[in-house]
Write a protein that binds this ligand. Structure first.
Ligand code: NAP
Length: 482
């Protein structure tokens, strides 16, 4: 079977280009999942012009009618459910059940925001003045650029596209180059659902070239980005020069605090789940387990024993818990941090090696790795690794655990494992993170509530839930004497 080629989508047309790039399976690098047309700065300019031309009619369409197109796209995605899950595992590497869970979430996100089309809540309040009617309505911003990462290749494009579109904006989406197919499928579904030409545009290709082109494109009024701090900070500096509205979701160094009174077995499961599932490549993954002194040794022993039982392999195979790193670059980053960890904290208690023999020979596999006795100043306690590497740290008591947990520049997610309600509330009010979990893994969010971090993890309004509308719309306030 020949390798399929996936075109860019500009002004309602599938646009081919002379140059392509490969989307390869990280579990078997012999397999090319697809070839993608390599977009250029000119493609972004064309997409911006098409989106600008489409904006007046799309923004004037009643919001429930825009929502109806999203509902229809969700139906189309539903019919492709199994295909989409398998394609995600093949291009990103996460296990098939994880991939299917993410596809389900993307479909639900489309439906949730489709429903928002019938609400688009504004404000209606009583005036202090006689016979004055005052209210505020939401208006779209215009053309928005979306730049998405590889780790949630369908959910993140969905949670940016759906609120952007339902608010009446027109969109240019630039997916991550290592996993563009899932995002392409969303655009294909919108096309099949009958979205008017120019309303959604898809340009794949080099982040550097297309990112600069998006920042430069005059019709683009806002950019929503999820990815690394390095690129997010660059976008902030560049985009601010022309007052672009920006939403940046970036890295994390998320803690799970385990207290002496935690439900022991579920605390072990929650930490293993949050640290290693999806190969630790979740922005909300736990990379620091901060364990109270009284149970530190027993917890560490159980954690290592459980981690050793995890099965690494091709995510398409039943029984596999952990797939590969997404690409060679990510594998090298993980191996580099494991070496740094060895120098700083000594030999890991489990893992610590690349797997490259037998069934692993053609993929970017690495063992789930646990470092013990990690202290705050160590690199592996401070920098994001984005792989299956866990630093276990000892805390004297709850106050010490909170101090350690907050002592990083990031603030994305955080978790606590305890049965003490007072500790839970202290954690809720004092933990510096945008997303908290209690007696659950630090990762695993739903779409109905705001999502995003604090400190250096995020910039701008939150994503998802009702809050998502705030980035993609402006208020217009009206005072009316009758
Ligand atoms: P990345 O390297 O920053 O890439 C993210 C996106 O930006 C990709 O589409 C990339 O394109 C594009 N890009 C690259 N250079 C660019 C430039 N100069 N201008 C504009 N766009 C550019 O991040 P990643 O490695 O894909 O993702 C991992 C990171 O994302 C981690 O730090 C993780 O914590 C973070 N993340 C955060 C959240 C959150 O909600 N806070 C969620 C998921 C992931 P190419 O692929 O073509 O390079």
């Amino acid at each position: 079977m020949s390798t399929p080629t996936f075109s860019n989508y500009i002004n309602g047309e599938w646009i081919e280009s002379a140059k392509t790039f490969e989307d390869r399976n990280p579990a078997n690098t012999d397999e090319i999942v697809g070839l993608f047309c390599k977009g250029t700065a000119k493609d972004v300019e064309d997409a911006a012009a098409a989106a600008e031309a489409a904006f007046p009619a799309w923004s004037a369409m009643p919001a429930p009618a825009r929502g109806a197109i999203l509902f229809k796209a969700a139906e189309i995605l539903e019919k492709q459910f199994d295909l989409l899950g398998a394609e995600m595992t093949r291009e990103e590497g996460k296990t098939l059940p994880e991939a299917k869970g993410e596809v389900r979430r993307a479909i639900n996100i489309f439906r949730y925001f489709a429903g928002e089309g019938s609400r688009l809540p504004g404000h209606l309040v009583p005036s202090e003045r006689d016979r004055v009617h005052m209210f505020a309505i939401r208006k779209p911003i215009g053309v928005v650029g979306l730049i998405t990462p590889w780790n949630f290749p369908i959910a993140i494009p969905a949670w940016k596209m759906a609120p952007a579109l339902v608010c009446g904006n027109t969109v240019i989406v630039k997916p991550a180059s290592v996993s563009p197919l899932c995002c392409w499928r969303l655009v294909e579904a919108l096309h099949e659902a009958g979205i008017p030409k120019g309303v959604i545009n898809f340009v794949a290709g080099s982040g550097g070239e297309l990112g600069q082109a998006l920042v430069n494109a005059k019709p683009v009024k806002a950019i929503s980005f999820t990815g690394s701090n390095e690129i997010g900070n660059w976008l902030h500096a560049e985009g601010s020069k022309r007052h672009l509205r920006l939403q940046l979701e970036m890295g994390g160094k998320n803690p799970t605090i385990v207290l002496n009174d935690a439900d022991f077995n579920s605390a072990v499961e929650n930490v293993v789940n949050a640290a290693f599932f999806s190969t630790g490549q979740k922005c909300t993954a736990t990379s620091r387990a901060i364990v109270e002194d009284g149970i530190y040794d027993r917890f560490l022993e159980a954690l290592v024993e459980r981690t050793k039982k995890l099965k690494v392999g091709d995510g398409m195979k039943p029984g596999v818990d952990i797939g590969p790193c997404v690409d060679k670059g990510q594998l090298e980053t993980v191996l580099k941090y494991i070496e740094i960890g060895r120098k700083e904290a000594g030999e890991p208690l489990c893992g610590g090696h690349r797997l490259d023999k037998g069934e692993y020979a053609k993929g970017y596999f690495v063992e789930p790795t646990v470092f013990a006795n990690v202290t705050e100043c160590m690199t592996i306690a401070r920098e994001e690794i984005f792989g299956p590497v866990l630093a276990v740290m000892r805390a004297k008591d709850f106050a010490d655990a909170m101090r350690i947990a907050n002592d990083v520049p990031f603030g994305l997610s955080a978790s606590i494992q305890t049965s003490n309600v007072s500790r839970v509330f202290d954690f809720v009010y004092k933990m510096e993170a945008g997303l908290l979990t209690v007696n659950l893994p630090s990762a695993g969010v739903e779409y109905q509530l705001p999502f995003g971090g604090t400190k250096e993890s995020s910039f701008g309004p939150k994503e998802q839930g009702p809050a998502a509308l705030d980035f993609y719309s402006d208020y217009k306030t009206i005072y009316l004497k009758y």
